[in-house]
Design a protein around this ligand. Structure first.
Ligand code: ADP
Ligand code: MG
Length: 728
């Protein structure tokens, strides 16, 4: 009998209730643990305050003396909030966050204990970061890494620690994290989009990229989760027979939230509120025990930080409620996986959403400009955008017949397709007064002010326009959104920069009116980016064929998808937009490939453990029991036993067949792993793990799941799907 599983089942069934009362109004609690604008005004000198504002708005440098004042104010506030430590909070290339806590406490010259935190500690730190992945950057340059304050994301107190968001860079300046490239991309898109927005409104001085993520996740009882080595170590079930009931009844989606889960959510939302994460929506998702949480959108860098912080808080709060939260994109076979839709747009400092249709033809021309440029940018760099969401765990979704496909395409809905078709017909060159009127009234004027309810929803599209924003749906639930956001904003910046050049050239050279020039350039973009627009079923085989004809990339796995990262065109793009040097881009790719290899390697090892220490022993025990029975029948009934024992004998043989297959395939997989490990080149190694090691997983699993159907329940050592997915 397997004690671990049954003890866990007992424990999970006896969980005490942890009712969470909603205390206080959310609006009053909101961001009370954040050193935001309001607190800065309260705790900082005027000089210090203005200096931080200039740094946030214009990227101005903060003088050392002023930094000391800021640190002093921040420290006073943090201590009043109960903080004893501070940390530089950063995003190494592992994809999650890192922190190293230091106490404010110090001994002064007189030997007295004082609380100290100066500008030096605020602005820069040098964590011993030699164990973070760096893709060879630090080896090449023999430089150490340091963290540097990002004033655009406010510091916050979490528990008893003041957390200061920072970037993480090598001494030679190369980014060793996901935040530095994102900030550079956001700067690039700000510059380019501001210039274009000024065609329509001269008072625009800044453009922010906005991001609203939708975090999907699973919850599993903690005892059950830790009773399974695969969930504990790989964050997903590597084996497991489908439960008789899964999601076929659609009775979970938007259903009543289970009280134990609701208590977790309330507790979580309270913590988020204190930390200034504007969480808004919570609901059940499609699969049993799958949920979603979404905030109000924010400036993209802040939204990325908030998502990372959220994932961290979720793990801690889940633990308190005796859950383990699973961020893996495919924790359970046969039911829906998890994603993290990234809703993205651009907003001006004058309060205008540039992807929102307006009330006047001029406003709509502005909308069309940003709309068409987004389509053009995605068309040109579709493969690069696809690579930004590649990971071992996301491979279970993209291109694996699960939302959305690995082929990038854009869905804009019937109405906007109509508008673009009309615009395509605009004649070349200068426009006659009649044509202008026609355009204004019947084409641009036709865009309804509120498209939101008109854009029909195509759930199979990986990049959909949803009324006033684009929704990038391929991002994995586990991913750091900084990666796709870096690429999306970089390609948009490049596109807008080119657009501006083309329009200006027409205006200067051919004496076009500005709107004529804009119409002319947009018309050409609409024509040349047509292949990326697709309104049909993104999961169908027909689309895969059609996409191939259109020469759209279809990279189904991570090693294939990542290759484009260092192609000439990508390197030139990153360089031109000041987002990444060749060294950085190469390093980022290498780190991603390493992560890919490690993930599959860990899963392979967990597989070995599951097979040899759990599954095969259970199967053999079960078989031994049957054989004892057969033996006993023979002893009692003599030659007549055969008829009676034949079902048992058939099962014994069936079990043997699976045992044989499992042993053979597992040993083959292990041998493949060994030869993959011997490969030196990371690209070759990743390819070997992808093509030689991973395919064994499904084959082995098939036989394991067959054994699960055969072996007596009391002997089966691993918590079953129905136990993991259906909370009592
Ligand atoms: P869905 O139907 O896809 O679940 P929701 O309405 O629940 O869509 O979520 C939409 C998400 O888009 C929310 O997180 C919201 O904050 C975000 N969003 C709305 N407007 C913008 C915008 N202008 N820029 C970025 N994100 C936005
Ligand atoms: Mg969505």
């Amino acid at each position: 009998m397997s004690f671990l599983r049954f003890n866990a089942l007992k424990e999970s069934g006896n969980r005490p209730k942890m009712p969470i009362e909603e205390k206080g109004r959310r609006s009053e609690m909101f961001a009370s643990h954040v050193f935001n604008n309001e607190k800065m005004q309260q705790y900082l000198t005027k000089d210090a305050y203005l200096s931080v504002q200039a740094a946030i708005m214009k990227g101005a440098k903060i003088e050392r003396k002023v930094a000391d004042q800021i640190a002093e104010g921040m420290k006073t506030w943090a201590i009043s909030m109960g903080a004893t430590h501070y940390t530089h909070w950063f995003q190494p290339l592992t994809g999650s966050t890192a922190e190293k806590h230091d106490a404010f406490f110090e001994i002064n010259k007189e030997g007295r204990a004082v609380e100290k935190f100066g500008g030096g500690q605020l602005v820069q730190q040098e964590p011993d970061a030699s164990s973070f992945p760096n893709g060879g950057i630090r080896n090449t340059f023999e430089a150490r890494g340091y963290t540097a304050w990002d004033p655009t994301s406010p510091a916050f107190v979490y528990g008893s620690t003041l957390c200061i968001p920072t970037i993480f860079v090598a001494y030679t300046g190369e980014a060793l994290d996901n935040k530095a490239p994102l900030l550079r991309a956001l700067h690039a898109v700000d510059e380019a989009a501001t210039e274009v927005a000024r065609y329509f409104d001269k008072t625009v001085n800044k453009v922010w990229a906005t991001l609203g993520w939708e975090q999907e996740y699973f919850l599993v009882d903690k005892a059950l989760a830790y009773s399974r080595p695969d969930i504990a170590l790989a964050g997903r079930t590597i084996v497991g027979k489908a439960s008789a009931k899964g999601q076929q009844l659609d009775d979970h989606y938007f259903g009543v939230i289970h009280s134990r889960v609701l208590d977790f959510m309330k507790d979580l939302e309270r913590e988020c509120t204190l930390l200034g994460i504007p969480v808004k929506t919570r609901h059940n998702e499609v699969a049993p025990m799958q949920f979603e949480m979404a905030p109000v959108f924010e400036e993209a860098n802040l939204a990325v930080d908030h998502n990372l912080l959220l994932m961290d808080i979720m793990e801690k709060v889940a633990d308190r409620h005796n859950f383990k939260v699973l961020f893996h994109e495919k924790p359970f076979a046969g039911v829906n996986g998890s994603g993290k839709h990234n809703n993205w747009s651009l907003a001006t400092d004058t309060g205008v959403n540039l992807l929102s249709p307006g009330t006047t033809p001029m406003k709509n021309l502005q909308f069309l400009t940003f709309f068409v440029n987004t389509i053009k940018a995605v068309d040109t760099y579709e493969e690069l955008l696809r690579s930004s969401i590649a990971s071992a765990s996301n491979d279970h979704r993209l291109g694996a017949n699960e939302a959305p496909p690995a082929i990038l395409s854009i869905f804009i809905g019937e109405q906007l397709n109509g508008v673009l078709d009309d615009l395509e017909g605009v004649s070349k060159g200068k426009l006659s007064p009649e044509e202008k009127t026609e355009l204004k009234l019947n084409v641009v004027g036709k865009i309804p002010e509120i498209l939101l309810d008109n854009t029909d929803r195509n759930r199979t599209s990986p990049f959909a326009f949803t009324g006033n924003k684009f929704e990038m749906r391929g991002v994995g639930s586990k991913a750091n959104c900084a990666k796709p956001m870096t690429v999306l904003n970089t390609i948009m910046a490049k596109q807008l920069k080119d657009f501006k050049k083309e329009v200006d050239k027409l205006v200067d050279g051919k004496d076009f009116k500005k709107d004529e020039a804009i119409f002319n350039v947009l018309r050409e973009y609409i024509k040349s980016s047509k292949r990326i627009r697709f309104e049909g079923d993104g999961y169908s085989e027909a689309w895969e064929k059609e996409a191939k004809k259109r020469k759209l990339s279809n990279n189904k796995n991570t090693p294939e998808a990542l290759a484009v990262y260092t192609h000439k065109a990508s390197l030139a793009l990153f360089k031109e937009m000041g987002v990444m040097t060749e060294v950085e881009a190469t390093a980022h790719k290498e780190v991603e490939l390493e992560a890919y290899v490690f993930h599959i390697q860990i899963e392979g090892r967990v597989f070995n453990e599951l097979i040899y220490n759990h599954i095969l022993p259970a199967a053999v025990d079960f078989q031994t029991g049957l054989l004892k029975n057969i033996q006993a029948l023979k002893e009692v009934y003599g030659t007549g036993f055969k008829k009676m024992a034949s079902p048992q004998m058939a099962i014994v043989e069936e079990v043997s067949l699976h045992i044989e297959a499992i042993k053979r395939l597992t040993d083959e997989m292990t041998a493949e792993r060994r030869s993959a490990n011997a490969l030196e080149h990371i690209e070759k190694k990743a390819a070997a793990y992808c093509d030689k090691v991973k395919p064994h997983f499904d084959e082995i699993r098939y036989h394991c799941d067959k054994l699960e159907t055969l072996v007596a329940d009391d002997l089966w050592p691993l918590a079953k799907y129905r136990e993991l997915l259906f909370l009592k």
